[in-house]
Design a protein around this ligand. Structure first.
Ligand SMILES: [Zn+2]
Length: 140
């Protein structure tokens, strides 16, 4: 038997929240844009439903928003670090807004598919408990 994944590994790896083994998405590569958001209807391993209810993943947009904000902050921090290393010139947002905006937009575009998936993964992990298996409905 494989060792059980940690919660974090399951979230980051886009695995089923109930068994942490099955995959949430049909196609592993997030950069195949056509199938980027194609989720399996249910876990191929433990049969936990991934579709749940209509509009369930609407809430994932909030997670995506939070991740996007975190990404912009990370870009700002990275630019300051690169600047202190002498790799580029960046003295803060107001001195070099174009550097910040261009790096931010490029990073966002590159990170969009995995972020999109990550927000869905985080979202479903918030509602389905590990080990809940097929009998996930009803009560605690
Ligand atoms: Zn599963």
């Amino acid at each position: 038997m494989a060792t059980p994944k940690s919660f974090l590994a399951s979230v980051l790896g886009n695995h089923c929240p109930a068994c942490r083994t099955g995959r949430l998405f049909k196609v592993k590569n997030a950069y195949r844009l056509k199938s980027m958001n194609d989720m399996a209807p249910a876990c191929p391993v433990c049969d936990t439903s991934f579709s749940r209810e209509p509009g369930f993943y609407f809430g994932a947009a909030y997670v995506n928003y939070a991740l996007t904000v975190a990404l912009w902050v990370a870009v700002l921090v990275a630019l300051h670090v690169f600047s202190s290393l002498g790799w580029l010139e960046f003295n803060g947002f107001f001195d070099h807004p174009q550097t910040f905006l261009v790096s931010g937009v490029v990073t966002l575009l590159v990170m969009l598919p995995p972020l999109q998936r990550l927000s869905r993964s985080i979202w479903i992990h918030m509602f389905v408990r590990h080990g809940s298996g097929h009998q996930a409905s009803g009560g605690e």
